[in-house]
Design a protein around this ligand. Structure first.
Ligand code: MG
Ligand code: ZN
Length: 354
């Protein structure tokens, strides 16, 4: 009784002096546009033909992306930082700058009883998703990365990569092993279908997924909805990472139309996620990039001044800060300018993980 009274008083006092405690989310959906800088967002959404999901956010920050050994990060180091909260070397997956395995968010979330998942438009063993559940010295070891799913820290994974599970150098059939661990496993390259399973490995391509331009359809939005449906079975809460993997791939070949189609696909998924979060009210949505790709700039087009000329300056990544957008309980923590490591600690604060 006394404690209750005290807590009421403290709450009133905090309210009076304006110390707002951040509201804690019950679910977190973290969307990564690989290689998605401001020029990509501006350029892809310039013609205003769809609802710009990014304009639905009120809280915006900037993240500094350098890795431990390079001002210009790669996607391995760029995603590992979100998972383990430490800068590491380019190419690393879930290991620190000394190559030492460090617990990632998914391990911490599993200990807390939360569900975890990844949905991507690459193979599920590609650098960005891998950094959340695997720990290897090099992103190239995709056979080895796949084995980490057996550790049971990722409940739902949807994307490509059949070959890393069923056509491996060691001849193991990892999908069979995962079935024994309680997963529903599917390797089926036809159109995505709704699947009801709390633990699900759903592979829809031999390696990476098709390009949006080659008929991938609404795969990303549907896969995200399937992941949310299945992860919602966990009453404690869930953390889902959704990646627009190929925004980066379009940048690497300096193909603006490829990048744009991937970004519009990501935008459509983001709109669906925001609709869900706005209704649900317990879901935090955070969107960012690991880095920018292509050194893209939008220059004056002398022939048509209503539009722009696309200018790429590299086939690689660039070191410019990337935007962070946040919506929902705890979103206010993400405003400001900070190192990408901070994103990990902001999540941990909201998850009450020490
Ligand atoms: Mg990626
Ligand atoms: Zn890249």
């Amino acid at each position: 009784m006394k404690n209750k009274l005290l807590s009421v008083l403290v709450t009133i006092l905090c309210f009076q002096v304006g110390i707002a405690k951040p509201k804690l989310p019950k679910k977190i959906i973290f969307l990564i546009g690989d290689g998605m800088g401001l020029a990509q967002i501006s350029g892809a959404l310039a013609d205003n033909t769809v609802t710009n999901a990014f304009e639905r956010f009120k809280v915006i920050g900037l993240s500094k992306t350098k890795s431990s050994d390079n001002y210009v990060t790669d996607s391995g180091a760029g995603a590992t930082v979100f998972s383990i909260g430490r800068k590491t070397y380019n190419g690393a997956i879930g290991v620190d700058s000394n190559g030492k395995e460090q617990d990632g968010l998914f391990e911490m979330l599993t200990d807390k009883g939360w569900g975890t998942g990844v949905v991507v438009t690459s193979s599920i063993t590609h650098a960005t998703p891998a950094a959340f559940y695997a720990h290897v010295g090099s992103r190239k070891s995709e056979d080895e990365i796949a084995e980490f799913l057996i550790r049971n820290h990722c409940d739902v994974a949807i994307g490509g990569g059949i070959k890393f599970f069923k056509d491996r150098k060691d001849k193991r059939d990892l999908l069979e092993e995962l079935t024994e661990k309680g997963y529903k496993t599917i390797a089926d390259s036809s159109e995505i279908k709704p699947i009801d399973a709390a633990k699900l490995i759903y592979l829809l391509a031999y390696d990476g997924m098709k390009k949006k331009q080659d008929g991938r359809g609404d795969y990303l939005k549907k896969a995200t909805e399937i992941a949310i449906h299945n992860l919602s079975k966990n009453e404690e809460g869930f953390f889902l990472m959704v990646e627009g993997s190929q925004i980066d791939w379009g940048g690497h070949v300096n193909d603006f139309e490829y990048m744009k189609s991937e970004l519009l696909d990501f935008n459509q998924t983001l709109n669906a996620v925001l609709d869900y979060a706005a209704k649900d009210k317990k879901t935090l949505v955070v969107v960012t990039a690991d880095h920018e790709t292509g050194g893209l700039s939008l220059l004056e087009n002398k022939e048509n001044k209503n539009t722009f000329k696309v200018n790429y300056s590299t086939l690689g990544h660039s070191g410019i800060m990337v935007p962070v957008f946040a919506f929902g309980p705890g979103a206010e923590l993400f405003s400001g300018i900070y190192e990408n490591t901070e994103i990990h600690y902001k999540f941990k604060k909201l998850l009450k993980i020490k």
